[in-house]
Design a protein around this ligand. Structure first.
Ligand code: GDP
Length: 570
């Protein structure tokens, strides 16, 4: 103790050796024979000896090879400031915190097979919110469950045998939710996150139908066990024919039998959940606690949905507490689940990083503009361009141009803004680029306009098309400020992944730019476009957007629902 603390008389303890005595070499009082002059003499002699040895070494050696260059480069690295004593004792298992996104990601994945997983942090700003420790612990326990019950495990084989037999099992140690690949890419990303949250809440294992391109687009999110449904899954060939009329469709089961959910004769080895936009009142009973009690007993749930149904899970009383613990901040649901689940494969990561480095990295500020036009016709439309410009100028996202002067000489350093446009049409890019080329900005800012692709129309079944779509959603999520289009899941994915609260362009009516053109969203969460309006207890219709402060109607769709953390009206 004494050796490392200040001495009573205030001396610096570094003056003392381990034995507690003062250092004879540096202490002239203790060693009168070593005067300052003599110390200086010894030092100069050492210097001369060292430089002679160094010269002999250089003269005798061959001309420096590349290897020597490499070695000297490495030596430069070695003289980096030494780590603090704490760093020197880092657990080898420990990886820098931001690389694991605040503990959201598990350590230990092979980095080369999915570069985006651990590199994404270096392309993003600090996470605006921290995941709760409870969410982290539930993710780790989910990973353990997935490893125990995932494809090719004994439990999986047993459950599949049971499924093939068609009988309802008395008990199984693993239950599953199987997600059918369906709809556009933005929709798929949102529905997969919804299905994962449902799996977390109900202790089920999520298995993903690979569809035509899911393997091409997304890395495996769970360590040591695949999330993809094996090709020989017994119901695989039936996915295409499962619909609302199927005998195993939950809504149809309820409608036909008109039975209560406690009726054991309804129990079967699997149930198909039809949760897509055209679902009926019986299908919507999925969002009632009583029906969840029944579904809990079914080992295999097969779900088809094109909707982000998370907001309605928050209205199921039995999930309320758990959801509150997982997400103390409600608007972070997709933000965290999205960053946890969706890692672009290397081929997509190449598209993202090359584009980012070439066009976006050097700008002082990045502004994303996501343009999705649901009108018929290919565009570009003048009213859409007017609306975007009006929004960007009014909200100070982009500077005005100077129509008078040909040259504006700004004072100080020029600030650069990179505008990333995503659109199926190239027309908006051309108009905006011409505008900022032909006129100077009033602020002197330098505006670059970039658009990675213009695919003209949606081509959901094409690999290269969907890779670009995924890369573009991700690039938008790397911007600092974002303008999005109403109703678009493409934009929702970008905003939530990026932790951005976007300015949403109101939906134009009659091909006219609305006034105001846009408004900043209440939260970064996606909108559930087709929620149920049903009070399960009272068995009557109810406005589900007015029941609790954190589930409100969306800014861009008056009947949609979204999660928010503040309840002031939009
Ligand atoms: P939503 O229809 O806007 O909700 O978004 P989805 O992603 O579900 O479906 C639209 C699909 O159209 C995308 O997945 C892409 O295939 C295509 N698409 C729409 N906008 C763009 C765009 O700006 N860039 C690219 N590359 N594709 C787009």
């Amino acid at each position: 103790m004494k050796r490392f603390s200040k001495t009573l008389n205030g001396d610096d303890p570094s003056k003392y050796s381990d034995s507690g005595t003062r250092n004879a070499l540096t202490d002239p009082d203790r060693n009168p024979g070593l005067s300052p002059m003599r110390v200086m003499g010894i030092f100069i002699a050492c210097l001369i000896l060292f430089s002679v040895l160094f010269s002999i070494n250089v003269v005798l050696r061959d001309p420096p090879s590349d290897a020597v260059h490499e070695a000297s480069k490495n030596r430069v690295l070695e003289v980096e400031p030494r780590k603090s004593s704490e760093d020197q004792f880092l657990d080898p298992e420990e990886v820098p915190k931001d690389k694991l996104l605040g503990g959201l990601l598990a350590a230990g994945f092979d980095e080369g097979s999915c570069a985006s997983r651990y590199q994404s942090a270096s392309y993003r700003k600090e996470m605006p919110h921290e995941p709760s420790s409870y969410l982290l612990s539930r993710l780790r326990s989910y990973e353990a469950l997935h490893k125990r019950c995932g494809p090719n495990t004994e439990s999986y084989k047993k459950a599949v045998e049971q499924l093939k037999s068609g009988r309802h099992p008395t008990s199984l140690d693993c239950n599953y939710v199987v997600w059918i690949s369906y709809s556009g890419l933005g929709n798929r990303i949102l529905t997969l996150a919804s299905a994962f949250l449902y799996a977390l809440l109900t202790n089920r294992v999520l298995l993903v139908d690979p569809g035509v391109d899911m393997v091409d687009l997304f890395c495996e999110p769970f360590p040591e066990a695949s999330w993809f449904l094996p090709m020989d899954f017994p119901l695989k060939n039936q996915f295409g024919s499962l619909n609302q009329k199927s005998a195993h469709c939950y809504g149809e089961m309820v409608r036909k039998s008109n039975l209560t959910n406690t009726d054991q004769s309804l129990l079967s080895s699997f149930v198909y959940l039809h949760l897509s936009h055209d679902y009926n009142d019986q299908d919507k009973l999925f969002f009632c606690d009583q029906d969840q009690d029944f579904l809990e007993k079914i080992p295999w749930l097969i779900v088809r949905t094109d909707n982000y149904f998370v907001p309605s899970l928050f209205l199921i009383p039995s999930f309320e507490q758990e959801l509150g613990n997982l997400f103390p901040r409600k608007e972070t649901v997709f933000h965290f689940l999205g960053r946890y689940l969706f890692h672009p494969t290397n081929v997509v990561w190449g598209l993202i990083t090359r584009y980012y480095q070439a066009y976006l990295a050097k700008a002082d500020e990045r502004i994303g503009i996501q343009i999705r036009v649901f009108d018929t016709g290919t565009g570009p439309f003048q009213h859409v361009f007017d609306q975007i410009l009006s929004c960007a100028l009014k909200e100070n996202l982009l500077p005005e141009t100077n129509g008078q002067d040909l040259i504006v000489t700004p004072s100080g350093t020029l600030k650069s803004k990179a505008v990333l446009i995503t659109s199926l049409s190239s027309g908006y890019l051309e108009k905006l680029r011409d505008m900022y080329w032909e006129h100077p900005t009033v602020t002197g800012e330098v505006i670059g306009i970039y658009q990675p692709s213009h695919e003209e129309y949606q081509q959901t079944e094409k690999h290269a098309h969907n890779r670009k779509a995924w890369a573009e959603m991700y690039l938008l999520s790397l911007t600092d400020m974002l303008i999005t289009s109403s109703w678009s899941t493409f934009g929702y994915v970008a905003q939530s992944l990026g932790g951005l609260t976007p300015w949403i362009l109101y939906k134009p009516e009659n091909r006219t730019a609305p006034d105001p053109a846009c408004k900043q969203a209440m939260s970064m969460e996606p909108c559930f476009h087709a929620p149920p309006f049903y009070d399960c207890k009272a068995k009557t219709g109810v406005d589900t957007g007015a029941l609790v402060p954190h589930v409100r109607h969306c800014e861009d769709m008056s009947w949609g629902l979204k999660l928010i953390d503040r309840s002031d009206e939009f």
